[in-house]
Design a protein around this ligand. Structure first.
Ligand code: ATR
Length: 249
């Protein structure tokens, strides 16, 4: 049986295991997806274990999307440009880092919005998740601006006060917290997306929903980044409906 899993700290509450185990089962693949909750001082030895055991693939979550990179043998071009890895493939002992978060975000948006070219998109947050989203949306030809609590971070167009003066087609909450804004600001957008999936309806999405806006919940990004990761590991088409059912029920 081939072993896969999610690397993070904490990682126990992730929905990735149910999603990927359901996919393995549906395709009759003899594999299991576990949780690897690893403290920082054990990261290097864990990566050695991945090579030796072997563990065939990893999802990587906070706080290791950046830190894991220096332990890998190769980094895919998209992941290198984003500066973060959320998926590791073990190809015969060679560990390759990929980023599928940017695919997850764009696929989640396109499902509801259609083509993203020339859409004006406002993003709150400038961390690792935000960087992947910005990269994906720019690739799709969207017009992206980024606002953050702390203004002096890479690629930030302004602070949260500056944000209130802007408008656009789509608003994306890409911080790690339950960040919300006033209904007056949310009114300016057609679609609101939140990357947080616990709770599914975040305070921001609740307000957007009450205003009659289209909303995109965080489990959609989880699904589509997982589909892309599953394809990288197995070189098979992912059973999308099965994976969606596993995380949404
Ligand atoms: P991730 O990889 O999940 O994006 P991260 O790189 O630690 O995590 O980034 C967290 C993001 O959430 C940052 O944009 C952070 O803002 P700062 O750069 O000002 O720290 C944002 N964030 C965290 N707590 C926040 C809060 N209470 N209010 C607003 N933004 C917050």
């Amino acid at each position: 049986m081939k072993l896969y899993g999610i690397l993070g700290f904490p990682a126990k509450h992730s929905l990735s295991p149910v999603m990927h185990n359901a996919a393995f089962k549906a395709l009759g693949i003899d594999a299991r997806y576990d949780v690897f909750e690893i403290p920082k001082n054990e990261l290097a030895s864990f990566i050695k274990r991945v090579k030796e055991e072997p563990i065939y693939g990893l999802s990587v979550t906070a706080p290791y999307k950046g830190d894991v990179m220096k332990h890998l043998d190769k980094i895919d071009e998209d992941a290198r440009k984003i500066g973060a890895v959320n998926t590791v493939v073990n190809r015969d002992g060679v560990l390759i880092g990929y980023n599928t978060d940017f695919i997850g975000a764009t696929e989640a948006l396109k499902e509801t919005v259609g083509p993203l070219k020339n859409k004006k998109i406002v993003i709150v947050g400038a961390g690792g998740a935000s960087k992947a989203i910005v990269y994906g949306l720019q690739k799709e030809g969207a017009k992206v601006s980024v606002f953050n609590r702390t203004k002096n971070r890479d690629g930030v167009d302004g602070d949260l006060k500056d944000m209130l003066k802007t408008d656009g087609n789509i608003l994306i909450q890409a911080t790690s917290v339950l960040f919300s804004v006033s209904p007056e600001f949310i009114k300016k957008f057609d679609v609101v997306m939140d990357i947080v999936y616990k709770p599914l309806i975040t305070p921001l999405l609740k307000t957007a929903q009450d205003l009659g806006k289209k909303i995109i919940t965080g489990d959609k990004m989880l699904l589509y980044q997982g589909i892309a990761a599953f394809k990288l590991w197995t070189e098979k088409e992912a059973p999308i409906e099965v994976m969606w059912k596993a995380i949404s029920t």
